[in-house]
Design a protein around this ligand. Sequence first.
Ligand code: GLU
Length: 445
Amino acid sequence: MTSLVRFAPSPTGYLHIGNARPALFNWLFARRHGGRFLLRYDDTDIARSKPEYADAIAEDLAWLGIVPDLVIRQSERLSIYDAAAERLRAAGRLYPCYETADELDRRRKRQLARGLPPIYDRAALKLTEEQKAAFEAEGRKPHWRFLLEARDVTWDDLVRGASHVDCASLSDPVLVREDGSYLYTLPSVVDDIETGVTHVIRGEDHVTNTAVQAQIFEALGAALPVFGHHNLLTTASGEGLSKRLGHLSLRGLRDSGVEPLAVAALAVLVGTSDAVRPVASLDELAGLVELAHVSRAPAKFDEHELEALSARTLHQMPYERVAERLTEAGIPGGEPFWQAVRGNLTKLDEAKIWWQVVQGKVTPVIADRDFARRAAELLPAEPFDATTWKSWTQGVAAATGAKGKALFMPLRQALTGLDHGPELAALLPLIGRDKALKRLAGESA
Ligand code: GLU
């Protein structure tokens, strides 16, 4: 059976690096196991869900390299949830409750004051038909709770191994609000059943949900998918990542020029025993991620580590993976150019500087005119190749007696106008003899 995984964000904000993790864990799992990936918008909260966030999520996933095989929206599937809720009502597993939020709050406080766990006391189960009718006559509308069985739910977690939650310690969850709208819990199960999701991989903040949802799967007569709960990401100082951390949003990272492959690699390898290393593709990354090796401790996200990994990712990036982006950025450099400069980049955008150096105008820096003139006289005839630099500088050294920095720095400053940069052996053939001669003569060329 082919596996089907899903990523189920609520479109109530932009994705950040923390919630890109379940997207990536699922996507990489599908890639590795030849499965399919479903993007499901959990948008039953009409007030907070926005179409522009849904579009932004798809765009941000595409930036990471994730293109879903199918996309569904919960807001378009309400009748399916209504049917499932009806089945649960008929089976006596979904019951109406009339307490207001205030009443529930007071009850919780009383329980806590008496040293009791603040679990819903199921008072609504004891309501007579007359009492319910009286509430309705008062204008109250019921919300609906799922009747949990007071037992241990167990599963073999892809990350955490043998897992269990004692449902006797949980309140019966509200599945349907007073206004008839659905909370996350039921639609998620119904969709997982209807779409045939085989593996539910999500953050460990959902472990308790899994126990509750396992009971709903069973109440609806469906087999359980396999579950996996990965650790959560925190900031370097250990705080949870919030949607408000704009610069850690995927769009913030994209705008800052960070490589998407580096974001993906750090997101799934951070805190694992595999050192975080640059990868050449998501497929390579898929081969490195072992859910069973994901740490149980929170993973700390370090922006400097991301920047460093992003640079290392560029340093080893093959030309064919970057060609299109270079063209889009107005750098029609070609492979020799890319090979020459990639090792010097921290951001792809910096390639522009080097494209300017090889093809645009440079204002040369000439400290010693005689030296530059001697060097120009010794510049070999074209064609230039990777050996030209070496033979030329050997000739210049022999003629002038300059060596080391005193030899190379004036040549670099004359040819590039800068005192740092990629290997000149690689740049010189790209600059060409004509420009090199002009620059050595102190002309802007
Ligand atoms: N919408 C839920 C969330 O974003 C989905 C959780 C799940 O994967 O089931 O937390």
